[in-house]
Design a protein around this ligand. Sequence first.
Ligand SMILES: Cc1cc2nc3c(=O)[nH]c(=O)nc-3n(C[C@H](O)[C@H](O)[C@H](O)COP(=O)(O)OP(=O)(O)OC[C@H]3O[C@@H](n4cnc5c(N)ncnc54)[C@H](O)[C@@H]3O)c2cc1C
Length: 470
Amino acid sequence: MEANGLTVSIPEHRLPVSYAPDVVVVGGGASGVAAAIAAARNGAKTLLLEQRGYLGGMGTSALVPAFCPFTDGEKPVVRGIGLDLMERMKAASGEDYLRMHRDRLDWVPIDVEILKRVYDDAVLESGADLLFHSFVDQVLLADDGRSISGIVVGNKSGRSVVQAKLYIDASGDADLAALSGVPFHIGGESGELQPGTMCYLVCNVDKARYDRFLAETGQGNQMPDTVQEAQRNGDLPEGRKRISGLAWLSNSVAGFNFGHVFGIDGTKAEDLTRAAVEGRRLIEMQMRFLRKYVPGFENAHLVHSGDQIGIRETRRIVGDYTLVVDDFLSMRTFEDDIARNAYFIDIHLANAQSAMAIKHLPKGESHGVPYRCMLPQGKSNLIVAGRSVSSDRPVQGSLRVMPNCFAMGQAAGTAAAMAAAEGRDFRGVEVKRLQRLLVEQGAWLGDGKRAGDVVASGGGPLVYEEENDG
Ligand SMILES: Cc1cc2nc3c(=O)[nH]c(=O)nc-3n(C[C@H](O)[C@H](O)[C@H](O)COP(=O)(O)OP(=O)(O)OC[C@H]3O[C@@H](n4cnc5c(N)ncnc54)[C@H](O)[C@@H]3O)c2cc1C
């Protein structure tokens, strides 16, 4: 059925300009939500565009069940807008939820319907405009080739152009950067990519009975013994020998990040289609496993699976600075830090025979994330926030999680508002002033840390398993 390279020319046509904000944010995941709120709060006329009918990106559309740690094991490292949003979600959740998670800052379970409402309200309260069901598939460049003059948006109203002064690419896949010709890497040296996971929610579970089972068998939440027994019996496929994450929303409802679909490039529609089908097939098998092997899940009912497979890794842009594993291991501080990261390197196996790669920083430590990682080479009024910023593959395996995406998004949005107010592009932003604004508005950039500081004790062997991972 494939069309074997056939092409068709479409006639040139004129498109209306539908919006002309100061700042447009493409993508409403953790990075885009924080970027839009920061840009609007700092005075920019801001439009947030999202292809789905709700915000949250992987945390809602792919049902990723929990927020990764906001702390370095001792104190919150990601603060500001991200931490506020997470606390707002907690506060809006029911008594059952609060009893379990009120004081938690790490691995906080996501109540997906509450989070969607929190994001809607927070973005609209900031003064930003929202446009859902709108996909960006073309970037128009000015004659200089360096600046973007518009982006083409398709939705039920037709195709139109959004013309902004500044563009924030929070698409997770660096779509805007790729469409405007920014160089990028994808996956590892031989094209390997972290697998996708179709996450899901189950209800009608008995948590007390499940807790007794864990205590009796001496297993943690990832249930390695039970998963491996089922793999030996052919009741689960080979691959990872434990569950990645099981998050309890109440005593009877749990979210799962379990198992992998391999060989998926999240920038290809065909791969996403195969992953959706394979992911749902895998869930059906896992539901049979849970009912048969895991006390407390005998009557478990599958409520919902992700609207799409969860994608951990696609493009990484080439930016003004590429954050590399040595920066992570030596916990380096940079002149232009806009965030700090303490999450471990968490690279999921690229195929059923390979292993996880996990590397922690010491408790209480973190490294800086420089502003330059978000500045794509060769483009002046475009900034990238979220999991596709400029880093090597191991660092992407750490930076990619939602707390970091919030922090990078807040920085990108604040920088955009400054640039819009001063009639500058992103490289014209005075970084010291950006850092001051971020700290005044709640972000944490490392007490007493100075550019060039390194803490050279992050070496040592890779650890292969973890109680929870993303
Ligand atoms: C299975 C899995 C488990 C994970 N576990 C955890 C975990 O436990 N905790 C944690 O914190 N993180 C976890 N992560 C990582 C984290 O969820 C993502 O890396 C993070 O959500 C990335 O945020 P983002 O804002 O960069 O992109 P995304 O969350 O991907 O958001 C991008 C948004 O842009 C929209 N978009 C994309 N392209 C376009 C376009 N062209 N036009 C319009 N809209 C567009 C998308 O619809 C989406 O809403 C996990 C990821 C996966 C896949």
